[in-house]
Design a protein around this ligand. Sequence first.
Ligand SMILES: [Zn+2]
Length: 299
Amino acid sequence: MAHDGPEDHASQLSCIVCMGRLGAAHLPGLMSCLECGFITTDLKLSDEDLKRLYGRDYFHGQEYLDYTAEAESLKLNFQRRIAVLRQLAPDFQAAELFEIGCAYGYFLQVVVPYVKVASGIDISADAVRKAVAEQQTDAREGDYLAFDLKRPVDCITMWDTIEHLRRPDLFIGKAAKDLKPGGLLAITTGDIGSLNARLRGKSWRMIHPPTHLHYFSASTLKRLLERQGFDVVHLSHPGNSRKLRSVLYFISVLKANRPAIYNTLQRLPLFDLSLTANLFDIMYVVGRKRGAIPDGTGA
Ligand SMILES: [Zn+2]
């Protein structure tokens, strides 16, 4: 499956959601579509730039501060997302699932018992190595746009991934081709239309180029999905659950550098409590692919 070459260049000037014209946004350094309001950056990153960004340091840097230590919390949130997918697809246990941006393989590991087959892809070689070796998942390193899935699947997931992509529209377009009719595309990303994002303005925690290149709202993401042949069948702002353990670890060890406090607190029975913080600024959107089986000639 080839890239749409010429479109790559046109996108720099036009909105990936509606093809409208881009102008300066009300937020410094960002662009906004004059037609649909989609917020994006005008960064032009090469494949090499992106590969460098998502090397080993990415998952251990500021953004994913101890991502692996967060595994327990991540898995808790994945369980909730799976519950939604099972409601939307009653035959979920017979589903073939593919994850774009599978990172360390935590989601794949959690979802395996619920589906027939689960596999994934990620641009980070370091993460994929661990996904295979430590989580025993079917993960591969690579660029999804250049990856041949061989046969259509029932469900594709992109957790906190779409904001990192240079061309989310191409990914969603390819996902549409890689899904069976009626198949589900599940996405989580920040919602720049949320109250918290609007109150925080340029200080909103999700705004950090160059890793976050695009800032969807519920309406711009819905519009992009509909243009690519999906009906939005689920939209929620699920919040983030964490074990009290990881919250205290974060505060006492990573922030205050006081592991002794953490070790003392660890003896408390409350430690396994799970807390849900919800700023209602992260959205969970599921699109269902419309229509008849594509003839393979593409759009
Ligand atoms: Zn637009």
